[in-house]
Write a protein that binds this ligand. Structure first.
Ligand code: ZN
Length: 622
């Protein structure tokens, strides 16, 4: 990972896209700055300076380098006498402007001259700054930059315009690579981790730009990681440190994305090292062009350019996904999930599988289940009902996953499994689905229950298509297909044959569908609301094994006969129950799962102009 970031930096530096001084400037932090307050001096030819007032000016991003602003991660101190001020003006001015010159006064005549001028007018200057800041409107007060400006040789000049400040800036920035106030110096002769040369190497390179990890020994982070090294002491030489920092800045500005409360980087890795520069340079140009365009495909939202670009480029590159959270006020990052070697062709497979499964759950399906007024395929319909959920239309597997894998770690594991093509244990998956089903069942929320059932089916179908489910309970039976009386049922199973691979699954599903019919009748005949049907008490809280399933079936048939509402469905379910035989291989969770799906989907999908004047008509409320 470090190497890939380094390669990005190298491409930028070698193409001359950035000047050395430029790369240390903290542009990102000035993004919201509106006003710059300049402590302004007049300089005569003899390095004597005279304070002439505080001059406010509007912040202009194209001039951002002029101020040589750089904050140090987590310390509240700045590298140069350019600082962001907010409330406590006096302390800020003393600690960050006066103190800076005090520490540097002996370096050259310019610094000495400014220091003397500052001291001469100390109280006056502090008062002027407070007044100037106080008179700003509320919006301008945010992240106000305080800096030095000098009227010199007929023009105003900034820190950048003086070699003394530029040199000092670069020296100080580089010093961060090996010096920490709290820990002293860490440098010496050694082998650079990145270029492999034997030369002077530094130990604090990663912390210098807020890129140290509490998890550096995770596989892939630093291949060949030496356990003897502390995270802070990966030896890197000065040239490589500068290059790496350029790469890291690029990563933050272009390849960092938000993700359900997490953040992640997508880092390109070129498969052929000798092509690295050429390919990366092309990628950067493409990213430039993609900026601000709403692309539909992506890992999470529409803005995930890197994945799109990778898919266009094909397998000359791989992707690394790094899910992380920032800690210690930006001082270091914690890697939550690290996935490498993701081929663009694999990303394409994911999108294809999503597309295919999505098309099975199309508008017809939605209308049957949610009523005639419902529009679009299930993904679109669901999105229209869950407006505050931020998810790309083509990434439903992630949005749905968030529902069932509610813990962040479980959720990232799920996404990680899909990205890296690692199978998920089937029993685990079913258990997660059931948790959500039971919750909605208990709440008596019919609409949510339906949503959960379809979401679960789609995730399951998707994972099946990706061949990512481990521990199948049995293979599909032989070709022999009995003609089922209800064509719709047959078609339904046929379209989802990987999900309904056994007669046991089909039987449990159909019993669920039958019960749905019983509940409908009870609601209709007795004028009851959803959740109040007496028969619900017989469903064991959706905790159902083979024996209980048969019992439920028998009771449902009795009820229907009592109501004189017998139907074809009974015989189809009975047929599958007998085909499945006794002593099922399917466990309790699986049976409950398929039963729940049937309970939600079955009736509305298959009851056709029988006595169904209620199924799937009026829902659409939450
Ligand atoms: Zn090096």
């Amino acid at each position: 990972m470090l190497r890939e970031i380094y390669e990005i930096g190298k491409t930028i530096v070698e193409e001359g896209k950035i000047k050395p001084e430029e790369q240390f400037v903290d542009k990102a932090k000035l993004k919201k700055t509106k006003i710059v307050l300049c402590i302004t001096f007049k300089k005569d030819s003899e390095d004597t300076l005279e304070y002439i007032g505080i001059k406010p000016e509007e912040y202009d991003e194209s001039k951002s380098i002029s101020y040589l602003y750089k904050g140090l991660p987590g310390s509240g101190v700045d590298l140069m006498p350019s600082t962001l001020i907010s409330k406590d003006i006096t302390t800020a001015v003393k600690k960050r402007i006066f103190a800076w010159f005090e520490g540097n006064v002996d370096k050259n005549n310019l610094f000495r001259g400014i220091y003397d001028a500052l001291i001469n007018e100390k109280e006056h200057i502090i008062k002027d700054i407070s007044l100037a800041y106080g008179s700003l409107d509320k919006e301008s007060k945010y992240n106000t930059l305080l800096t030095i400006k000098i009227f010199d040789g007929g023009a105003y000049k900034y820190l950048w315009d003086y070699k003394e400040f530029r040199d000092s800036f670069i020296d100080e920035a580089k010093k961060q690579y090996y010096y920490k106030k709290s820990m002293g110096e860490s440098k010496g002769e050694g082998t650079c981790y990145l270029c492999g040369k034997h030369k002077e190497v530094y130990g604090f390179v990663l912390p210098a730009f807020g890129f140290s990890f509490s998890t550096a020994d995770k596989p892939g982070f630093v291949p060949g990681f030496n356990k003897e090294w502390m995270w802070k002491e990966i030896p890197i030489c000065e040239d490589c440190a500068v290059t790496l920092e350029v790469g890291k800045k690029y990563l933050d500005e272009n390849l960092s994305y938000g993700f359900y409360g997490n953040k992640y980087y997508v880092i390109p890795q070129v498969v052929l090292p000798e092509k690295s520069k050429e390919v990366l340079s092309e990628i950067m140009d493409t990213i430039e062009r993609y900026k601000g365009k709403g692309y539909q495909q992506g890992l999470v939202a529409d803005e995930d350019d890197m994945v799109d670009i990778a898919m266009e480029k094909g397998n000359i590159m791989k992707l690394i996904f790094v899910f992380y959270s920032q800690k210690g006020g930006g001082k270091y990052i914690d890697i939550l999930k690290y996935i490498e070697n993701v081929l663009p062709s694999h990303m394409r497979e994911i999108y294809e599988a999503e597309k295919n499964v999505k098309s099975i759950y199309g508008e017809n399906f939605v209308k049957i289940l949610f009523g005639e007024k419902a529009e679009g395929d299930f993904v679109a319909y669901r999105k229209s009902k869950m407006k505050n959920e931020k998810s790309g239309m083509n990434n439903w597997y992630i949005a749905f996953g968030r529902i069932f894998f509610s813990g962040n770690k479980e959720f990232l594991n799920y996404v990680g499994n899909v990205l890296s093509g690692k199978p998920i244990d089937r029993r685990y998956l079913i258990a997660r689905f059931l948790d959500a089903f039971r919750k909605e069942f208990k709440n008596g929320n019919d609409f949510a229950f339906k949503l959960r059932a379809v979401e679960a089916m789609m995730i399951y179908d998707f994972l099946r298509e990706m061949e990512l489910i481990r521990g199948e309970f049995m293979a599909e039976e032989s070709e022999e297909k009995m003609k089922i009386s209800t064509e719709k049922i047959e078609k339904f199973f046929e379209e989802r044959k990987s999900t309904f691979a056994s007669d046991e699954a089909k039987a449990a599903f159909l019993v669920g569908a039958l019960v749905n019919y019983v509940l409908q009748i009870q609601r209709k005949d007795r004028g009851l609301g959803y959740g109040d049907e007496p028969f619900r008490a017989k469903l064991y809280g959706l905790n159902i094994d083979e024996k209980k399933l048969r019992k439920i079936f028998t009771e449902a048939v009795e009820k229907l006969s009592e109501y004189k509402r017998g139907s074809k469905m009974e015989s189809v379910a009975a047929d599958y129950l007998s085909r499945a035989g006794n002593g099922w291989k399917m466990n309790r969770d699986d049976i409950s799962y398929y039963f729940s799906l049937g309970l939600v989907l079955g009736a509305s999908l298959f009851w056709e102009k029988e006595e169904n004047d209620e199924g799937g008509e009026k829902n659409g409320s939450e």
